[in-house]
Design a protein. Structure first.
Length: 239
């Protein structure tokens, strides 16, 4: 309990937040760097996932590749990239992108591929091109699942971006490695609280976005189905 109080004291001390090496600067770097990693993963994986979901081709290889990428140890990959590229931001960026791509890819092909095939066939019968079907029909309907994949990637990257400090790249992980080296568990716990809070805030924001992007027609159908599924109460006659 004393350690927790000390960590809160460290977090609420204004002097720890000031300057280019303060908590505020490291928090902003951690957030911006993590979002940049997820943005790169979206640029790489989203088009591939949409193509797989739309055509139905390449799903099995995508699952295999995603599983292989998930199995890679991020710290080991970061070490190899740092030895190859040097102690620059590119090494943690690429290592974390490898971590984020599988979630984005899975969300994309699951969201697009999960659209009702009868709806897709009806769109083709109306004369829509494959590109129009993917962009105007499958993508909007699959957007909640796609956002879910991005949401998962954000959580993974926010938590794992602490490894960037392993090669001196900065971020909140700096406090973890510094505390581990010096035995200062107060700053380690304080930094951990910040990382958890940051992850929860972003997850909550993306959860709201995920609900907002559900098409209105889908919401109506879900509401109607929910009403139909409710058991009706039998009325007893009052004598």
């Amino acid at each position: 309990m004393t350690l927790f109080i000390d960590a809160l004291g460290w977090l609420t001390d204004p002097s720890n937040w000031a300057g280019p090496n303060g908590i505020g600067a490291r928090l902003v770097f951690h957030l911006v760097f993590s979002l940049a990693v997820v943005a790169g993963a979206v640029v790489v994986a989203l088009p591939i996932g949409i193509a797989i979901g739309h055509t139905g081709r390449g799903r099995e290889p995508a699952v295999v590749v995603s599983g292989a990428l998930r199995a890679l140890p991020t710290l080991g990959l970061l070490t190899l990239l740092a030895l190859w590229l040097g102690l620059v931001l590119a090494a943690p960026y690429l290592a974390l992108m490898v971590l984020a791509v599988p979630s984005v890819l899975a969300g994309a092909y699951a969201g697009v591929g999960g659209v009702d095939r009868a709806t897709v066939d009806a769109a083709r019968a109306m004369g829509m091109t494959e590109l129009q079907i993917a962009g105007r029909l499958e993508l909007p309907l699959g957007l909640p699942t796609i956002i879910g994949g991005i949401r998962s990637a954000v959580l993974q990257v926010i938590a794992t971006a602490t490894l960037a400090a392993y090669i001196g790249a900065g971020g909140l992980g700096t406090y973890l490695f510094r505390g581990l080296k010096t035995g200062d568990y107060t700053i380690m716990l304080g930094a951990s609280i910040l990382i958890i809070a940051l992850a929860l805030v972003l997850d909550g924001m993306l959860a709201v976005v995920q609900r907002l992007v559900i098409p209105e027609g889908v919401r109506v159908r879900r509401g109607s189905a929910s009403l139909r599924a409710r058991p009706t109460r039998s009325r007893t006659a009052v004598g």
